[in-house]
Design a protein around this ligand. Sequence first.
Ligand SMILES: Cc1ncc(COP(=O)(O)O)c(C=O)c1O
Length: 389
Amino acid sequence: MSMIYLDNAATSYPKPEDTYVFMDRFFRSHGVNPGRSGYDLCMEAGQLVDDTRRQLTRFFNGTDPDRLVFTYNSTDALNLALFGMLSPGDHAITTTVEHNSVLRPLHHLSQYHGVEVDRVPFDGRGFVDPGDIAARFKPNTRVVAMNHGSNVIGTVQPVAEVGRLCRERGIRFVVDSSQTAGKIPIDVQAMHVDVLAFTGHKSLMGPTGIGGLYVQPHVDIRHTRAGGTGVRSAHPFHLDEYPWRLEYGTPNVLGIAGLHAGVSWLEQQGLAAIEAHEMRLLRRLVEGLRGIPNVTMYCQDDLADHIAVMVFNVDGFEAGNTGTILDVDHNIACRTGLHCAPLVHAQLGLDAIKGAVRFGIGPFNTDAHIEAAIGAVGEIAAARAAKAR
Ligand SMILES: Cc1ncc(COP(=O)(O)O)c(C=O)c1O
């Protein structure tokens, strides 16, 4: 059997055929530097960049496409946002469900830039209580930075409620949508999100190297970099106007083309249909693994408010060993370890280095993939139990 790819939480693979075809065609026909000159090709390449700003602004229900800026990925986007919003003496609140793309910038800010950071734990089901966040609000709280969907336990956090509480207090709400953008609908207005960070290569079905921020019109982020913008070049400082304010140098126009095609594909399929497919597979996977003695899953009780990501361990077996056997003996690709979210594993009491095994389901997974994964884990668990006897 050819490889079964269950590592979609790391990056989606394969991409829709449309993404490959459009990128190839665009790169050959329009692979020039957009927005820098007046010849037709350059203008057309710039038009695609602007169309994609509009497309993603619509996709997230934003209002101003100029406030949709492109970055390399969500790590880059979150760094721009957090370093551009927090100053010495500020207080920031985050959670223990975060990826290092939020934890580490905030740690740097706390260690070197005089920002105080609070980390709110999740409950036994994997959810952060908005009340626990509000309980930590202080007069100098500037930012709440929070994960939308966990890349480890798959829980979808109550961001709309947290956003509402932040808005009431004038605290800026930054949301990391790396795992949810393209999986479930995101409405920055209804969810009171001030700054949304997204990555293009996961469920938005684009290539690696492209991501971005949507910054609400009432919010400003300081520029923490400076460079070429292609316009008003005589100005000695980096431009204050969006989108240039947060874009530096030649954009990843090929990545933007791929992202454009990926999002168009999602719009054709409909997010609801994709979500229903992935969640049906997740339910079957969890049910199958639940039936195997010696397999422990984490935070997978009723799968409400969940994306199609889950972690487990075979009791008595290191996650890395399970992953190696899945790969070598069963040709199943997954991810093991801490998944760049060490505090989730710490709070679950998992090994601080070895962590857990993760399956991430994508739109191209099938029932056969899931049955093969259940069978493979069953064999590994049975072999481990026999050895222990
Ligand atoms: C929840 C979460 N946030 C942030 C990131 C970082 O994404 P990128 O590597 O594309 O910057 C990831 C990627 O694994 C993630 O799962």
